[in-house]
Design a protein around this ligand. Structure first.
Ligand code: NAD
Length: 269
């Protein structure tokens, strides 16, 4: 199937930027959505796409985005909810409400709205349209942290688990009615989210060793995402080792927790 109109949230940087480039190479008109207007414009100019400044946590803005794109460009056949945030809330950060300001609750709230509700808002706007016209792709970027948990970031882990569960519900409810749902669960990818600037070659530049478990380039991750989504896969594991870790967790959850505690101590050391 060829994609005619694609929307990628968080398209200004990292995995989203690589997805925009790949979808453009495949012949799609790509709408680059980001809160970072400069980055979105830059990517859109490079690929002859369209930039839209939208906060994905704002349901009305997502609804307007979908309306505008469908009126001005065409029916959206591939929507990637890729924008995401993580704050590294640390060992006790997630359960503290330090001071009177509750800064940590703000972080939980941002993770919830951007990592989960943005996927719900996109589905709400698109599922009825896709059902009516007989199909479409919804690709939700979660994380390996949505299957395995991110050491040192409870809010990220909990919301990415919720994102995986939401995608499962979407696939169960609509997957046999023409809507292809995919959820993407990468481990480390060389992007600003893990402190690596967009054009730094992390794999050859020193971040690719044993300190990071199989760090990947955003471009390679984007290719796997598009290929596997078009191939009809629900769970897209860009890093094959995640399948093994996930199986180990399912086989013996208590043993897996013990292993994660040892891994946490090793990381601290
Ligand atoms: N980099 C990794 O190691 C890694 C691993 C697993 C999953 N992920 C997930 O991949 C996705 C993409 O992350 P990335 O690594 O490319 O990070 P990134 O920080 O390079 O890119 C994220 C993009 O999302 C945009 N964004 C953030 N909040 C937004 C909002 N409210 N509305 C619109 N745009 C917003 C940012 O401006 C940025 O352009 C995220 O969902 C992330 O959780 C990343």
């Amino acid at each position: 199937m060829s994609i005619r109109t694609a929307v990628v949230t968080g398209g200004g940087h990292g995995i989203g930027r690589a997805l925009c480039r790949r979808l453009h190479r495949d012949g799609a008109t790509v709408v680059v959505v980001d809160v970072d207007a400069v980055a979105a414009e830059k990517v859109a100019a490079e690929i002859g796409g369209v930039a839209r400044v939208v906060d994905v946590a704002d349901e009305a803005a997502i609804g307007k985005l979908v309306d505008d794109v469908e009126q001005e460009i065409g029916s959206i056949d591939f929507f990637v909810s890729n924008a995401g945030v993580g704050f590294g809330d640390g060992e006790s950060g997630a359960i503290s409400a330090a001071g009177g300001f509750h800064p940590v609750d703000d972080r939980w709230d941002a993770c919830w709205r951007i990592n989960v509700m943005a996927h719900v808002y996109a589905a709400r706007a698109l599922v009825p349209r896709m059902l009516e016209r007989g199909g479409g792709h919804l690709v939700n970027v979660a994380s390996a942290a949505g299957l395995l948990s991110q050491i040192g970031d409870a809010a990220y882990s909990a919301t990415k688990h919720a994102a995986v569960a939401f995608a499962e519900s979407l696939a169960i409810d609509y997957g046999d009615r023409g809507i292809q749902v995919s959820v993407v669960c990468p481990q480390a990818v060389a992007t600003r989210m893990i402190g690596i600037e967009d054009d730094f070659d992390a794999v050859n530049g020193g971040f690719g060793g044993n300190d990071v478990d199989g760090i990947m380039r955003a471009e390679d991750v984007a290719d796997i995402i598009v290929d596997e989504a078009l191939g009809g896969r629900f769970l897209i594991l860009t890093h094959p080792q995640v399948a093994t870790y996930f199986q180990r967790k399912a086989n013996d959850h208590d043993r897996w927790i013990n292993g994660m505690q040892r891994f946490r101590d090793k990381m601290k050391g």
